[in-house]
Design a protein around this ligand. Structure first.
Ligand code: E4P
Length: 218
């Protein structure tokens, strides 16, 4: 299972990269705005800075909602670095753009997936990744992980190569359950990734080992 970090914050991306378990980064316009990144030149420079930190795929989202605009933006983004994955929203022109980029061998991430039907359509159009937003579904009392299960079943039925990128991950149990279901990738905040390493018995056990060692060597 690949681990992506869902942020545009360079310090957090570097911290996750330094941990040695990072496979990529996802961003979106809200995350870029949160870091105060605006204007084409700054946005481009920021994507380049992210690509310089990580080894894996970096999702960069288009702002256009028409086919021609998405193609224009996506081609410019893809030209920045071979790590760039063009992030396309699940709308009608987005499906056409997914097919266009797929035919050209440019990697895509179809975002804002909230149903199995949308995921099926994105796979048919040749998306490299689909991003079902599990946290946002949970927020409205709908089963986010159930959606991941449904997509896994459908993709396995037909051997679709599109990777399931579980997005809108909020906590470590989301990551563990996505791994149990067989999501190919998860993207979440650094806090959820770091929460995986914590257990009180580990802390208690380590304190005891160190205390016993100190006693024996005093
Ligand atoms: C996916 O790529 C999105 O950037 C992201 O996971 C959305 O998560 P949120 O619901 O926490 O905003």
């Amino acid at each position: 299972m690949k681990f992506f970090i869902d942020t545009a914050n360079l310090a957090q991306i570097k911290e996750a990269q330094d941990l040695g378990v990072l496979d990529g980064v996802t961003t979106n316009p809200s995350l870029m705005a949160k870091e105060g990144i605006s204007g084409d030149t700054n946005v481009i420079a920021h994507y380049k800075a992210i690509c310089d930190i990580v080894d894996g795929d970096v999702s960069a989202e288009v702002i256009s909602t028409d086919f021609e605009g998405m193609v224009r933006e996506g081609e410019a983004l893809a030209a920045l670095d071979e790590k760039i994955v063009v992030k396309i929203p699940m709308i009608k022109d987005g499906v056409k753009a997914l097919k266009y980029f797929s035919d050209k061998g440019i990697k895509t991430n179809c975002t804002l997936i909230f149903s199995a039907g949308q995921a099926l359509l994105a796979a048919k159009a040749g998306a490299t990744y689909v991003s079902p937003f599990i946290g946002r579904l949970d927020d409205i009392s709908t089963d986010g992980l159930g959606l991941i299960e449904n997509i896994r079943l459908i993709y396995d039925n037909y051997g679709f190569e599109t990777e399931i990128l579980a997005a809108s991950v909020r906590h470590p149990m989301h990551i563990i359950e996505c791994a149990q279901i067989g999501a190919d990738v998860m993207t979440g905040p650094l806090s959820a990734i770091e929460a995986l390493l914590k257990h009180p018995l580990t802390d208690i056990g380590l304190a005891k080992f160190l205390a016993d060692h100190a006693k024996a060597n005093s």
